[in-house]
Design a protein around this ligand. Structure first.
Ligand code: SAH
Length: 250
């Protein structure tokens, strides 16, 4: 049997947001390695598989990346159908790209299966259209957390004219606020902070760029959460949205 690993996105949490292809991969899986942001409810699709939890949550006890990769390789080489299940999409801040390259470099066939990434799901679940004619002409997905602690190009992000979706930002709200303000983004730019997107425990905190840290603290915002920053994220934008939608429809 040839060695093969499926790198599969489990979506943001709601098991109904799993793709049909992800379900097929899970049904075929003999070994499933899951991250801790994956809702265990999706495991109903692989009742016979051996499930290995390999969470890597920041700051918590985590399984070293090299160990996870070697484990995938070992099971694949033993001819097992391996599914590596990741939260959201495997290639959006999910190391899917590096794992795929490493496995391919070791002669293992890799199949990538998209999942709905948390930023897109969070916005949609809150009724925020990330792009909207006349309001937002694009979306930028960024992580606030970098491996080498280097700073983002805040000015570029502030002036890019797209809606920003920030991952891994809860512990860096003050840096994000300062960086975007210094980069020239307006103080009153609407911000939506969405915790546990698509799960029954989902909560959303609406604010403005200038108040986001204070409001998040009062709200008790906790990880995992995504931030949506831009006109489309605002309560105040509701009127703007209606107006625009009517214009587009009319
Ligand atoms: N591959 C994942 C992202 C992994 S990085 C994806 O595509 O969604 C981990 C970050 O994703 C978290 O810090 C948080 O910013 C975001 N995240 C993941 N699941 C989330 C959820 N259900 N609600 C809100 N944010 C989530």
């Amino acid at each position: 049997m040839s060695a093969k690993v499926w790198l599969v996105g489990a979506g943001p949490g709601d098991p109904e947001l799993l793709t049909l292809k992800a379900v097929r991969a899970l049904r075929e899986a003999q070994v499933v390695m899951i991250d801790d942001l994956v809702n265990p409810a999706v495991l109903e699709h692989c009742p016979g598989a051996r499930v290995i939890a390999v969470g890597k949550r920041g700051g918590c006890r985590s399984t070293p990346q090299a160990f996870i990769q070697r484990l995938m390789l070992r099971h694949a080489r033993q001819g097992r159908c391996v599914v590596r299940l990741k939260g959201g999409d495997p290639c959006i801040f999910g190391r899917g790209g590096e794992e795929a390259l490493w496995l391919q470099g070791h002669g293992v066939e890799v199949e990538l299966v998209n999942g709905i990434t948390a930023g897109l799901a969070g916005a949609t679940q809150c009724g925020i259209p990330l792009t909207l004619r006349g309001v937002s002409r694009g979306v930028t997905l960024v992580t606030a957390h970098t491996q080498d602690d280097s700073e983002l190009n805040w000015a570029g992000l502030a002036q890019g004219g797209t809606t920003l979706v920030v991952y891994m930002g809860v512990a860096r709200l003050e840096d994000i606020r300062q960086g975007l303000l210094a980069g020239g983004m307006a103080e009153h730019t609407p911000v939506a902070m969405i915790e546990n997107a698509s799960l029954p425990s989902q909560r959303e905190c609406r604010s403005q760029l200038q108040w986001m840290g204070r409001d998040a603290a009062a709200f008790g915002l906790r990880s995992p959460a995504v931030l949506v920053i831009g006109e489309v994220a605002g309560r105040a934008a509701a009127g703007v949205l209606e107006e625009t939608l009517m214009r587009v429809a009319g």
